[in-house]
Design a protein around this ligand. Structure first.
Ligand code: COA
Length: 437
């Protein structure tokens, strides 16, 4: 299964096709069947026509490419038909903020499922290796995904590059933020987020290392236009933040968890702030909502300014620090040259790649703000030696090369080289990705 357009010997055929949203299109039913297979793979309910229509419309906007793996030959009577893929995989292209305002186009991988009765036959390996090779051939230097399990993707050269955590914030009497509000917060009809959310997020994307540009779905969810079941979510509320000049620069959408849920809780659906002040003011607002004892957020940054803005940082009850964004470097010189490095230095990096896409020995010369990469460094003794997945982990500065050396993942051939790499790979603020895909 080296190529998604090739037939995999006798057993499977692999087909790649774009998402289409027009029910009159000849390929629409192939797309709806594919979406149903994804729901099956993630143990979700069967999708109704409304959900399928909304979802495919969003997927088409994102220009998602679907891959389906289909059984050749006949299937037993009464089992799922041959038109239902036994495996699914999708990609779309979005920008990744790689620090200091630089953006790198990335191949985002999503909707990876293999039906239980076909698992561990190398189907995922076939789909992902073919896709990564194709993305590289197409000139992309980076791929990214979010993972359901921590054990699957390291073998394909993906490394964890950002983290997130779930928080519960006590908004009772001890909730007080230092400093003063900088702007104003107004409650709004969540429907305005259909227009406003992408505009605010666009500003966030420009200034937030680790951020991935959002897919269409986000504004639909933030505005309550679509809930988990595909129907409008009428419990969603929203508030907007305006800076002192009256410019809208942040929003939060949230829902009440109900009177039978104690403590009385507001759950954040989405919070996006283009400035530090907007972020803190939105939290001031959340902390001021009457009748509410607690605010929860499942996608909070680990290094959260809120912790330090609270008079009592113990208002935050944090749990479940999780890996979030996984990166896969497809072209090491291109990925390194795309970055801006804040410290000067010269490092010889020996990189191994199990898939043979991006390995080699490279000299990274940084001049505090510019980077030069010499690809042919064979013969030079490396300062650091690592797997391509570890280079992905340190790429956004959120994972320390010193820690990876202590974990025996990176080999430090020259004492002090891991610390030097940590300084070179730093970004201007803690990398965090607000976008799941
Ligand atoms: C994860 C999943 C896609 C794997 O598909 P698959 O076709 O069985 O995987 P493959 O047979 O190609 O396995 C490739 C390699 O990954 C390993 N692997 C696959 N799934 C794994 C898992 N869940 N945990 C650990 N290792 C796993 C295999 O052992 C194999 O290793 P090897 O090639 O080094 O021997 C499939 O189990 C699945 O659909 N799971 C439920 C949905 C899900 O979690 N999807 C991932 C979303 S991010």
């Amino acid at each position: 299964m080296a190529d998604p357009n090739e037939t995999n010997l006798e057993k499977y055929s692999v087909r790649r096709f774009p998402a289409v949203a027009d029910p009159g299109d000849a390929d629409y039913s192939r797309c709806t069947t594919w979406v149903q297979a994804v729901s099956h793979g993630f143990h979700q309910q069967r999708r109704d026509a409304e959900y399928l229509a909304k979802t495919l419309s969003a997927y088409q906007t994102d220009k998602r490419e679907f891959t389906g793996v289909y059984v050749n030959g006949g299937v037993p009577d009464h089992s799922l038909g041959r038109d239902v893929p036994v495996a699914t995989y999708a990609t779309m292209r979005k920008s990744l903020n790689i620090g200091f305002g630089r953006q790198l186009e990335a191949n985002l991988v999503t909707a990876v499922t293999v039906r239980g009765t076909h698992r561990r036959n190398g189907i995922l390996r076939g789909m992902i290796t073919a896709d990564l090779e194709a993305a590289k051939d197409d000139g992309l230097a980076m791929a990214a995904l979010t993972a359901s399990e921590g054990t699957i993707y390291g073998r394909f050269g993906f490394g964890v590059a950002t983290f997130e955590r779930s928080i519960k914030v006590d908004t009772g009497p001890r909730f007080r933020l230092k400093g003063q509000p900088d702007g104003t917060v107004e409650v709004a009809d969540p429907a305005v987020l259909l227009d406003v959310a992408p505009q605010v997020f666009e500003r966030v994307q420009r200034v937030s290392p680790g951020s991935v540009d959002r897919q269409e779905y986000y504004r639909l969810v933030a505005s309550g236009s679509i809930g988990h079941d595909g129907k409008p979510d009428t419990s969603v509320r929203c508030a907007l933040h305006y800076d002192p000049s009256g410019t809208l620069d942040g929003f939060v959408s949230y829902r009440f968890k109900g009177w039978d849920h104690k403590p009385y809780t507001m759950e954040i659906v989405d919070i996006v702030a283009a400035t530090n002040a907007a972020y803190l003011d939105l939290w001031r607002f959340l902390g001021s909502i009457d009748l509410i004892d607690e605010v929860t957020w499942a996608e909070a940054p680990v290094d959260d300014p809120l912790t330090w803005a609270l008079e009592d940082p113990r208002c935050i009850d944090a749990s479940e620090i999780r890996d979030m964004l996984w990166l896969r470097i497809l072209d090491t010189p291109a990925a390194l040259q795309a970055r801006s490095f804040p410290a000067s230095g010269r490092l010889v990096l020996e990189v191994t790649d199990p898939l043979g896409l991006a390995g080699g020995t490279f000299v990274l010369t940084s001049d505090a703000g510019a980077a030069a990469v010499v690809t042919d460094a064979s013969g030079e003794a490396p300062h650091l030696s690592m797997d391509i997945a570890d280079l992905a982990s340190i790429y956004l500065g959120a994972v320390s090369p010193v820690t990876l050396a202590a974990a025996a993942r990176i080999q430090e051939k020259t004492p002090g080289a891991a610390l030097q790499a940590q300084q070179i790979f730093a970004v201007e603020r803690s990398a965090h990705c607000l976008t799941h895909f």
